[in-house]
Write a protein that binds this ligand. Structure first.
Ligand SMILES: NC(=O)C1=CN([C@@H]2O[C@H](COP(=O)(O)OP(=O)(O)OC[C@H]3O[C@@H](n4cnc5c(N)ncnc54)[C@H](OP(=O)(O)O)[C@@H]3O)[C@@H](O)[C@H]2O)C=CC1
Ligand SMILES: CC(=O)[C@@H](O)[C@H](O)COP(=O)(O)O
Ligand SMILES: [Mn+2]
Length: 467
């Protein structure tokens, strides 16, 4: 007989302290307590370490270890969202210990794709979240008369994302919305004690200190929360760091260098959206692809790492690795460096974020050891890629700087894709807006959101003035 163990099962409660890990001032000292910052609070049932529970059980009890996991995929129509649905289908077909259920899936403008995905998943009970009201209204009027179609429950508007992320029935939220738009739902998921498979790095860039506070509050609650990194570099570090979490010297983020790794500044000045979107190793959404080209993506990842692993900017390095096989490395106090390698396929870190601490056979391919690999590592060029310098600076000062640089970047990327500014203007605009803002070291969420709006307007003004 199969027994379903629900989220509230007392066996799942395992709290771990993350107290006092957020300094209110810019950090100038090394502080190594990386594992606690991943905040392993209450593994959701699908991920509970089975070995501990199993050891004390008889063979007949093993069936009772079967669990269920209700997953909400926010941003299901995007690159990470689609890869997540692939992983879920795979786990549904192969995981003998857990019933993986797609409880809800969200799309913003691409609601037809969302509905098609759910039909392909064969999950008629999944709630459809359509966060963009006009797209939702169009879809609903087009589908109202089609009685033959499965009737999904439909939730609409941006508030629906927070509602789903807070829903008691949901165990795991995959935060795969792009940009600051993913902030509220990610914060809600953390506050409501979910496992958060975090792709939306902008949440930590904008509000890293508040996320840490939410985790602290969650730790006091009966439910608890945990963040599992999906971003390939942070997943790699998470895996490497586990060997000696209290002996970390440096986090070494790898960067592909993007499509302009060897380009001159003049060539980058003349870059078209099409050339900037052509990432050499990853197939990703448009915004992150442009971020990779400016290396702002690495800047955002420096800030993400600073909050996830509770390390100061001084303990974070970036090296260029064009092949995207080494996803990042950790140097320990004795000088030993541990790296995580796999082909560039996001289904691997996504699956790990869902099933950790279990590692299960995946659908991402393994490294082909029959072929020759030429893996290169080289220093990053902060002169040609000024965004990187910004990333270190923002990670160092914290406070309001992340929200401001993120908003300016989102605005500048959109203007570049729209043909209104040059590629090299993107980092320049971010620097200018950052310089113009009145820094505060301990902002509230409402202040961060205010500054987000201000920085977008300021970025627009800068761009208008420079054209
Ligand atoms: N792609 C990758 O390999 C990686 C991505 N990431 C991070 O993951 C996140 C997602 O990236 P990616 O999948 O590439 O992005 P995509 O552009 O492919 O997808 C973005 C998703 O967010 C939704 N969305 C966009 N705007 C809004 C909004 N205002 N409100 C609600 N939903 C919205 C989109 O809906 P719709 O399409 O229906 O409009 C879509 O589902 C980003 O933060 C990125 O930095 C991190 C590591 C790797
Ligand atoms: C897949 C992933 O995690 C992306 O963030 C990727 O790292 C982008 O590549 P860059 O190293 O070029 O920014
Ligand atoms: Mn990444």
């Amino acid at each position: 007989m199969v027994g379903i163990v629900h989220h509230s099962d007392p066996l799942t409660v395992s709290h771990q302290s993350t107290a006092n890990r957020i300094p209110s001032q810019p950090i100038t000292r090394p502080h190594f307590s990386p594992v606690s910052t991943i905040a392993t609070v209450t593994p959701s049932p699908a991920n509970r370490p089975t070995s501990t529970a199993r050891d004390s059980l008889s063979a007949g009890d093993l069936d009772l270890q079967r669990t269920s996991c209700n997953v909400a995929v926010l941003g299901a129509t995007g690159s990470i969202g689609t890869a997540t649905l692939d992983v879920l289908k795979h786990l549904q077909a192969t995981d003998s210990q857990c019933d993986w259920r797609l409880w809800a899936a969200s799309g913003h403008t691409n609601v037809d794709k969302l509905a098609r995905e759910l039909v392909a998943m064969g999950s008629p009970d999944t709630r459809l979240v359509m966060s963009e009201p006009e797209a939702a209204a169009c879809w609903q009027s087009a589908h109202a008369e089609r009685d033959s179609e499965p009737k999904h429950q439909v939730l609409t508007g941006p508030d629906a994302l927070v509602k789903v992320a807070s829903e008691p029935a949901v165990d795991t939220v995959v935060a795969a919305i792009v940009g600051r738009a993913g902030l509220e739902s990610t914060l809600a998921a953390i506050e409501h004690g979910k496992r958060v498979a975090l792709a939306n790095k902008e949440t930590l860039v904008v509000a890293g200190s508040l996320v840490a506070e939410s985790l602290n509050e969650g730790r006091k609650s009966a439910s608890g929360a945990e963040i599992l990194p999906v971003d390939s570099e942070h997943s790699a570090i998470f895996q490497c760091i586990a060997s000696h979490p209290s002996a970390v010297k440096k986090l070494i983020l790898t960067a592909s260098g993007g499509p302009f790794r060897e380009a001159t500044v003049q060539q980058m000045r003349d870059a078209t959206p099409e050339s900037a979107l052509a990432h050499p190793t990853w197939d990703m959404g448009r915004k992150i692809s442009i971020d990779s080209a400016t290396m702002m993506n690495k800047a955002l990842e420096i800030i993400e790492a600073r909050w996830l692993f509770d390390l100061p900017a001084e303990a974070i390095e970036v090296v260029v690795h064009p092949q995207s096989i080494i996803h990042s490395m950790v140097e320990f106090t004795d000088g030993s460096v541990i790296a995580q390698l796999s082909p560039p396929d996001m289904r691997m870190p996504i699956q790990l974020a869902l099933t950790h601490p279990r590692r299960l056979p995946g659908i991402a391919p393994s490294l082909d050891r029959a072929q020759r690999w030429d893996l290169q590592l080289m220093p990053a060029d902060l002169e040609r890629f000024p965004a990187l310098r910004l990333g270190f600076e923002v990670a160092r000062v914290g406070g309001t700087a992340g929200a401001v640089v993120n908003a300016a970047n989102e605005c500048a990327v959109a203007l570049f894709l729209d043909g209104q500014i040059r590629f090299t203007d993107i980092a320049q605009v971010c620097q200018t807006v950052l310089n113009h803002h009145n820094f505060e070291s301990t902002p509230t969420l409402s202040r961060l959101l205010e500054l987000d709006r201000w920085a977008r307007d300021e970025a627009q003004r800068c761009c208008a003035a420079s054209t």
